[in-house]
Write a protein that binds this ligand. Structure first.
Ligand code: ZN
Length: 374
């Protein structure tokens, strides 16, 4: 077997709760269907601090890779090496790397639902199965590294009008995009987004606009960020301030159809369950509630009422590589407009400071990016 002697600079976590160390390690080997990517932008998502600080005690059923490990969930960059069986990518291609890995041969994978794979894991983040380590071993490096290796089937080609920094948002954008599609959003959908100013919520707003949704109502709390969301499409977006009381009565009062058709929950992990319960009361007959939020407090739900109203409650997480291709097409045509994102770039050496004290930000508009090759 050929030995790869090349070295790369990485940020590596040795112990949960401790800073990552900037180190030089051997580049992972490349198999026939793998692609090596020079990382131009790695998004530091809001949840990364939670993972690095105390994940193992919070979510033992979502295991981290064996430490030391290189984290970094959402990466974009330039293809710099391709395996001998790679057909659709070549050196110099600009790509986003969807970090979701599936086995490819279980029942869920074979019916085209890779996210339901019993072995589903995120490169450089966490897994959804206690059997995650073999896939971590196969793809050991996340995006906090000069290069990373991923299967060719995980790549989304970035259009010329999408920057690497914008491309590194495709994970959270895709989570919202996939949820909107799962809930069956159409241009005539009356949509309510809970937490419309955060990283996830802003992604839902941008994707809903791209999908042609005419009427979008968002709940939020920070007035200056609410103004920026409203300004994206003043004639299509309404903002409801959570400090003004319950949301459902206001939504019902404004609706001629008995409420909104679809609610997408993008609230932050610490949001109270009552905000979710309240929003369930804003859904019209036959509507849907889709959750992509990490709200941790259990929500007491009246399932009899949901049955009577024919209301579906859905869970969704992440997105498929195919959905990434759809988003790239929407961005190429200008329908998915990412120009509102404000990028802040950090060198790899600054990553611990960035994660431990996320600086002031303009809600989800601020995009924290590590650039390992600067
Ligand atoms: Zn599978």
């Amino acid at each position: 077997m050929e030995t790869n002697m090349a070295q790369i600079k990485v940020a590596r976590l040795h112990q949960v709760g401790q800073p990552m160390k900037i180190e030089t390690i051997a580049e992972p080997a490349l198999r026939p269907h793998d692609v090596r990517i020079k990382v131009q932008a790695c998004n530091v998502v809001p949840n990364l601090h939670n993972i690095l600080a105390n994940w193992t005690t919070w979510f033992p059923y979502l295991p981290l890779p064996k430490l030391p490990a290189v984290f970094g969930l959402d990466s974009s960059g330039i293809v710099c090496e391709v395996g001998e069986q790679v057909r659709n990518f070549s050196r110099g291609d600009r790509v986003y790397v969807n970090p979701g890995l599936s086995c490819g041969s279980c029942a869920a994978c074979l019916r085209g639902s890779p996210r339901d794979c019993k072995d589903y894991v995120f490169i450089g983040y966490f897994g959804f199965t206690l059997n995650a380590q073999p896939l971590y071993d196969a793809y050991p490096s996340g995006g906090l590294a000069e290069t990373l290796v991923a299967p060719d089937s995980n790549l989304v080609r970035l259009p010329d009008n999408v920057s690497f920094e914008q491309g590194a948002r495709f994970g959270y954008l895709g989570t919202a995009f996939s949820a909107l599609k799962k809930a069956g959003v159409r241009p005539d959908t009356d949509l309510l987004i809970l937490g419309g100013t955060g990283t996830l919520g802003l992604g839902a707003v941008l994707c809903a606009l791209a999908l042609g949704v005419r009427r979008i109502t968002c709940t939020a709390r920070i007035p200056e960020v609410m103004d920026s969301v409203k300004a994206l499409a003043p004639e299509r977006i309404e903002m409801l301030n959570l400090d003004d009381g319950r949301v459902a009565p206001r939504v019902l009062a404004a609706s001629t159809e008995g409420g909104v058709e679809i609610v997408v929950n993008c609230l932050g992990p610490g949001a109270p369950a009552e905000q979710v319960r309240d929003a369930l009361g804003a859904i019209r007959r036959g509507g849907r509630f889709v959750n992509i939020s990490g709200v941790g407090e259990p929500v007491l739900v009246d399932i009899f009422k949901l049955m009577c109203g024919g209301i579906d409650v859905l869970g969704s997480n992440w997105s498929t590589v195919g959905e990434g291709h759809e988003m790239a097409a929407l961005a190429a045509s200008g329908l998915l407009d990412l120009s509102c994102l404000e990028h802040r770039r950090y060198k790899l050496e600054a990553v611990n400071d960035l994660i431990s004290s996320i600086p002031d930000r303009h809600g989800g508009f601020t995009n924290f990016i590590v650039t390992p090759n600067d």
